[in-house]
Design a binder for this molecule. Sequence first.
Ligand code: 5GP
Ligand code: ZN
Length: 111
Amino acid sequence: MADCIFCKIAAKDVPAPIVYENADVVAFKDLNPRAPLHVLVIPRRHVERLSELDDEALAGKLTLAAAKVAKDAGHGDNFRLVVNNGAGAGQSVFHVHFHVLGGRLFSWPPG
Ligand code: 5GP
Ligand code: ZN
């Protein structure tokens, strides 16, 4: 989608430190990391938010890619997966993304 920063990253029109990619998903380091490991996993296809993702296979691929990213970074045993769905939940980029966070302790419930 034009003017979507994550579409541009997926297309490599905008540079980002990509840590994993396959035919369907791209994973890259967050610009403003909130943990030693902070990677965003996105579908190549533009979908605004999780509640608009209707492709079960793609949802599974995103989830498995997130676990792989954590494992490959050495945090497979302790990591947190976060999806902010909607502005009220903290979503600021409207191309669905899974935050993979690891390398520190996390409190519960999240803020
Ligand atoms: P949200 O608030 O939508 O859940 O998360 C958006 C995330 O995208 C934020 O953590 C923010 O730091 C990250 N982000 C925003 N723009 C860019 C960018 O251009 N490059 C990268 N690598 N991360 C970005
Ligand atoms: Zn997009």
